[in-house]
Ligand binder design. Structure first.
Ligand SMILES: Cc1ncc(COP(=O)(O)O)c(C=O)c1O
Length: 375
């Protein structure tokens, strides 16, 4: 198997020009598509060896995740999605759970439902005006009852990248639960500062849906009860006629068998990322988001995403004046650009392979919007 270098990784972004919506969905990479087709054929063969060959990708995916997370595979468990992993963590908590009101609903809904159903956690809502969960915001709100902080690595709305190291310093030995889907595989985060990290591969990893995963560190394994643990959450195969205790590893946070085709897609995408290296990917991505900010500044469209490269990842969010939002969205659509427009904000999300042609289209769209703007 050839080792992917940065150039061939960049060239593997072979989609149509105009796609700036990687924070919503990542078009599948050529390697992922090829692997999925080959494994689909293997699963159609009716040979046990072929079925086992595809199933092997689950172990491979966990090992590659462990490399990127700086841990070992026993602390990693595959999941159907980010939300499933977060629910395992949140339903098993006790005490005060601090989290932002504006977080993606994976966190807010799970916290509310778990509190209502079990009464074991008490949500402690953070509501900073700009939506950014900074160390200062957390410090000011901490109470003696706070047992855990749940936060997005990269905020899906503003693109703000949390400072995990600083958050750990602020919360001490409380649990840090991270929804990493908008940053995993594109930026170098301090996962060692986190107790739980959940993500999915269908955005930035280009691996398609069903490629979720969760890391549970030692403190999380000690303190979080595997409330939703199913028959796959035990050591040593199918538990029949007696019900053993949940596994002592992250595998405790599994329900039933994992989709091996999804694991194959995930492993394929992760192998490329491990080969290229997160540092190189992060540098490239900062250049692409810098390009988006350059055009926004040039045409005087306000940007809410932080300017410092270490406080952003792949999302640049534009906040046009209310009367400008619809014309801006229309101009982007007319120029063949795909972005997410929500609540008056325009979320622009390039990836490392976003080409000069797409960025030129983006500049043209902003120029056209700007020349028609009524000041
Ligand atoms: C921050 C964040 N968390 C979670 C999700 C949902 O993840 P999943 O579909 O893997 O459960 C999204 C999807 O956009 C997201 O942006």
């Amino acid at each position: 198997m050839s080792v992917t270098d940065l150039d061939s990784y960049l060239e593997s972004f072979d989609g149509e020009p105009g796609y700036l919506d990687w924070a919503a969905f990542g078009p599948l990479s050529p390697a992922v598509r090829a692997e999925a087709q080959a494994d689909t054929e293997l699963l159609g063969s009716g040979r046990r060896t072929s079925i086992e060959l595809v199933a092997e990708h689950s172990r491979e995916a966990r090992e590659l995740l462990a490399v990127l997370l700086g841990t070992d595979a026993s602390h990693v468990v595959l999941q159907p999605s980010t939300t499933y992993g977060l629910m395992h963590a949140i339903y098993g908590l006790a005490g005060g759970l601090m989290l932002g009101r504006g977080e993606f609903p994976s966190l807010t809904v799970a916290a509310t439902r778990a509190a209502d159903a079990l009464g074991s956690i008490e949500p402690q809502w953070l509501e900073p005006v700009d939506g950014m969960i900074t160390p200062d915001v957390v410090r000011a709100a901490l109470t003696d009852d706070t047992r855990a902080l749940a936060v997005s690595l990269v905020d899906f709305r503003t693109g703000y990248r949390a400072d995990l190291t600083a958050l750990r310093d602020v919360i001490g030995d409380r649990l840090l639960i991270v929804d990493a889907i908008q940053g995993f595989g594109t930026v170098d985060a301090d996962y060692a500062a986190a107790d739980v990290v959940c993500g999915n591969g269908y955005k930035w990893l280009r691996a398609g849906r069903g490629t979720g995963f969760a890391f549970f560190g030692d403190r999380a394994l000690e303190q979080i009860a595997p409330v939703l643990s199913g028959f796959a959450g035990v050591d040593g195969g199918l538990p029949l006629d007696a019900v053993p205790a949940p596994a002592s590893s992250a595998q405790a946070f599994a329900v039933s068998g994992i989709d091996s085709l999804a694991a194959a897609r995930l492993a394929t995408s992760l192998r490329e990322i491990v080969d290229v290296g997160i540092a190189a990917i992060e540098t490239e991505l900062a250049a692409r988001t810098g390009d988006v900010m350059y055009f926004a500044d040039r045409y005087e469209v306000p940007v809410v995403t932080p300017r410092e490269p270490e406080r952003r990842a792949g999302i640049v969010t534009l906040a046009p004046e209310p009367q400008d939002a619809a014309p801006l969205a229309a101009s982007l659509a007319n120029h063949g650009l795909t972005v997410t427009v929500r609540s008056g904000l325009v979320r622009v999300a390039p990836h490392v392979g976003t080409g000069a042609n797409t960025l030129r289209l983006f500049g043209d769209a902003l120029a056209a919007f700007s020349s028609a703007r009524v000041w």
